[in-house]
Write a protein that binds this ligand. Structure first.
Ligand code: ATP
Ligand code: MG
Ligand code: MG
Ligand code: MG
Length: 563
């Protein structure tokens, strides 16, 4: 590919509305462009990385015996009514009508459609086990799309669904997917943990989330340093509190107060040390949320600065700094205790569960604690325990480490939830009709690429690992007007192409400074620079983006060195 004929619109400045580094860099490196909230164009360079990710997924899914298909984005309401989710799913499900006034939705996940395929085509246990997967565009009308591809409304997901005759078979299918997921994320060069997860709205009996470790992650996770136990904090707390029942949607109780509460007053109300409250609020919510709510109007202190400020090592002055901003802020704060993070915005207060909130709505000031209040207090206590690494609840002797994670994949054992409601049965070897035992398995394709960027970048730009890099080699033709430079660059380019290397030739008529800046920003793993000075000695320069290592190699040796 020739840069001069490619579409690679790099940006010098950090776009104002991009908070996390992957979002900033994907915009700056010309990988994505926004169309609407949570809806993006995949530009040529971004699409290459997306396709690489898809290919890794495809290879590992095929290796695990899964079979690829493709289901529609537009789903008829009937299927969703049959499963009961047409009513239950809420506003994330984007519903619409066709010209005949029939109800449809954009598929946010495909249990209904795949169950319909299988009940119409699979009759006998001999056709099992079966695992159908697709790599397809999903639509979820997320309440707050953000962080670029990380939480989009339209996004690419790999979703797979396994069908077995019995529970034991379903467990084997689950294990196969679990292993395939490990392989996939390992091949991407990611640092990740597979953690026990709550199966949430999809419902089911067994579930793991694959979490890429990154400070910008929305999930809090803990792992034991002695046994294999790792969980998201939500699940770990359930274990700690011995399955204490959590009512899903509790009304928020607001206590009206004459003026905005200070963090100390809220802390006193909750019976907690103020520093702990601040820390928990920050830990439990993303920095972006804290900034958006706590510091609305203060454009000086952005997410990154706040994160840095707090990441130092939680020294008291940093906490005091936050307290100062909190108390001086025109609006209060919302701290999620598990579950999804939502906000109180302006004069709107939502019904939430598991939240401590405070703030001012128009001119009414309040502080509120959701019920059950004891549970909230318990969860603070649990977090405290997790941080001090109290003994692991599983092995009783290991200590906990806490991390922030980005959920890139999720495996569920669904059981017969869908097969029973939608009558998906097969005949067993006795001729008896049995409900299929299902599992479902998702990977966010774009989110994984974004998570890889969170882990692999520096102040100059991307350092994507080779398996996800859009190109393997960049050839920088330093002065295209110099005939010798042009010829040598063209030769290297042609030979690399011939050898099957994915190569981008920077043949633009631009200054070297611009070319080097773009090269670092786009971060192609290997850079060959062809310049007049080097050619005088018969050499070109090879630079490895990740390590920054540079070396001069004889012109004749460069292609063999890379192939
Ligand atoms: P989250 O907790 O982040 O909202 P989820 O649990 O709702 O995700 P799943 O239903 O488990 O998501 O979907 C499977 C995978 O799809 C997730 O693990 C994630 O990688 C990806 N995914 C989910 N929602 C989004 C989104 N809005 N944008 C990009 N990827 C997403
Ligand atoms: Mg979700
Ligand atoms: Mg989730
Ligand atoms: Mg999930």
């Amino acid at each position: 590919m020739r840069y001069s004929q490619y579409l690679l619109p790099t940006l010098k400045e950090v776009p104002a509305d991009a908070e996390v580094i992957s979002h900033q860099l994907m915009l700056r490196a010309g990988m994505i462009r926004k169309v609407a909230a949570g809806i993006y164009n995949y530009m040529p360079l971004g699409l290459r990385s997306i396709r690489k990710m898809e290919q890794i997924i495809r290879e590992e899914m095929n290796r695990a015996g899964a079979v690829e298909c493709l289901m529609p984005m537009a789903n008829p309401a009937e299927l969703w009514q049959e499963s009961g989710r047409w009513e239950k799913y809420g506003k994330e499900l984007l519903r619409f009508k066709d010209r005949k006034d029939a109800d449809f939705c954009m598929g946010p996940t495909h249990e209904e459609v795949v169950t319909d395929i299988v009940r119409n085509t699979v009759r006998s246990y001999r056709q099992l086990p079966l695992n159908l997967y697709q790599i397809q565009t999903k639509f979820r009308d997320e309440i707050r799309p953000r962080f670029g591809l990380m939480r989009g409304r339209e996004f690419i997901m790999k979703d797979a669904y396994s069908f077995d005759l019995d529970d034991a078979g379903a467990d084997i299918s689950y294990q196969k997917m679990y292993q395939a997921y490990r392989n996939i994320f390992q091949r991407c060069g990611l640092r990740f943990r597979a953690v026990e997860a709550d199966s949430g709205a999809i419902g089911g009996s067994f579930s793991h989330e694959f979490m890429v470790l990154a400070e910008s992650g929305e999930d809090a996770i803990v792992s034991c340093d002695s046994c294999e136990y790792a969980a998201n904090v939500e699940k770990a707390e359930v274990l700690w509190t011995e399955q204490e029942a959590v009512a899903p949607e509790q009304e928020l109780q607001l206590v009206e107060t004459p003026q905005q509460k200070t963090i100390q007053e809220v802390a006193a109300f909750l019976d907690l040390p103020a520093a702990r409250l601040v820390k928990t609020l920050i830990l439990q919510t993303s920095a972006e949320e804290v900034v958006a709510v706590l510091l609305r109007g203060d454009r000086e202190l952005n997410t990154i600065k706040l994160a840095n400020l707090l990441d130092v090592d939680w020294v008291l002055p940093a906490e005091e700094e936050v307290v100062r901003h909190v108390t001086g802020a025109p609006i209060g704060f919302a701290g999620p205790i598990g579950l999804d993070a939502r906000l109180i915005a302006d004069n709107e207060v939502r019904t939430m569960s598991g939240y401590v909130v405070g703030g001012n709505a128009v001119d009414r000031h309040y502080v509120g604690v959701c019920h059950p209040r004891d549970l909230v207090i318990d969860q603070f206590a649990d977090l405290r325990r997790a941080e001090q690494g109290d003994p692991c609840p599983r092995c009783k002797n290991g200590r906990f480490e806490s991390w922030r994670g980005i959920e890139v994949g999720h495996v569920f054992k669904l059981g017969t939830k869908y097969s029973e409601t939608m009558a998906a049965t097969v005949l067993d070897d006795q001729g008896q009709s049995r409900s299929l035992v299902m599992g479902c398995y998702g990977i966010g394709v774009g989110r994984t690429v974004a998570a890889a960027i969170e882990q692999n970048h520096d102040e100059h730009g991307l350092k994507l690992p080779l398996p996800l890099a859009p190109f393997q080699v960049l050839v920088v033709m330093l002065n295209p007007k110099d005939a010798q430079v042009r010829q040598a660059s063209e030769d290297i380019y042609a030979q690399l192409l011939e050898a099957g290397v994915e190569v981008l030739l920077d043949d633009r008529d631009e200054r070297p400074g611009i070319k080097f800046k773009d090269a670092d920003l786009v971060g192609i793993p290997l850079r060959i620079t062809v310049g007049a000075r080097g050619l005088q000695d018969g050499t070109v320069e090879l630079k490895i983006r990740t390590s920054g290592e540079q070396s001069a190699l004889p012109l004749a040796e460069i292609v063999p060195a890379l192939c």
